[in-house]
Design a protein around this ligand. Structure first.
Ligand code: FES
Length: 258
């Protein structure tokens, strides 16, 4: 169940150019949250009324804490990047459906994250107690969070500029390393997810993708996140879905990329 809560920033640091990591202390939201869900942070500036959706990077249920790792991409995230320990921030959450983690139990799993889709895979890597290959895609040598993943599985890196690991994207790394799995969980930019969907279909691998890149308000209000699906939505009877309400995680088979 989602709630709006006034939370306290516990710490914040810049971990790469334009990328921030914030731990937030919550009373309720951290206890309810699941891997692959997100929260919406409210700006203090009344002229920007819509909150900003940001995915969960880590969930500390016992400690009542959440970690978000996000890229500064506009006025809202710029404002959040100035928050310091002790500051208050209003949060709505947990939002979205999260990854079906039970599908991966006891199986060989690939976790794939591209760009700002890397952070949500960290909580997945922590929670999945099985054979894991973690494939992370970055623009350049700013490999934020890479070291933290190493505690949870074998990590492979692809960079667009070829400065570290495989030159190209996560699929180029999979092909170069000859990796395979029973289940894929992925989060990243749309072209990457489209390619992963095709790859999984070709190889007959079960695949779950998080389409959070397309979200704007995160609360079902703006319709910026509508995407096409194979099945009809049972409320509206059209082949559309709102990613923030019905996702952000979908079985790749269900998603129709434009
Ligand atoms: Fe605004 Fe989904 S992000 S309706």
């Amino acid at each position: 169940m989602k709630i709006k809560e006034c939370c306290t920033v516990e710490s914040q640091e810049c971990i790469a150019k334009g990328i921030y990591s914030m731990w937030i202390s919550t009373k309720v939201i951290a206890k309810e949250a699941k891997a692959g869900q997100f929260i919406s942070l409210f700006s203090k500036d009344g002229s920007r009324l819509l909150p900003r959706p940001i995915s969960l990077c880590e969930i500390d249920r016992e400690g009542g804490r959440l970690r978000i790792v996000y890229r500064v991409a506009g006025a809202g995230t710029e404002e959040f990047s100035h928050l310091k320990a002790g500051d208050e921030v209003d949060i709505l959450g947990p939002l979205g459906n999260g990854f079906p983690i039970e599908e991966g139990k006891g199986k060989r799993v690939m976790l794939m994250g591209g760009g700002i889709g890397v952070p949500p895979m960290l909580e997945m890597a922590k929670q999945l107690n099985c054979e894991k290959q973690i494939i992370l895609g970055y623009r350049d040598e700013n490999l934020f969070l890479r070291d933290e993943f190493e505690a949870y599985g074998e990590v492979f890196v692809a960079t667009e500029d070829g400065s570290v690991g495989t030159k190209g994207n996560v699929l180029d790394a999979i092909r170069e390393q000859n990796l395979t799995a029973d289940v894929i969980y992925a989060c990243g930019p749309t072209p990457m997810l489209r390619a992963i969907k095709e790859y999984a279909a070709e190889k007959g691998i079960k695949c779950y993708i998080s389409l959070e890149e397309k979200m704007a308000c995160g609360i079902g209000a703006c319709l910026a996140c509508v995407c096409k699906t194979k099945e009809k939505d049972h409320h509206t009877n059209v082949n559309n879905t709102r990613i923030c309400k019905d996702g952000p995680v979908f079985d790749a088979k269900e998603v129709v990329f434009a």
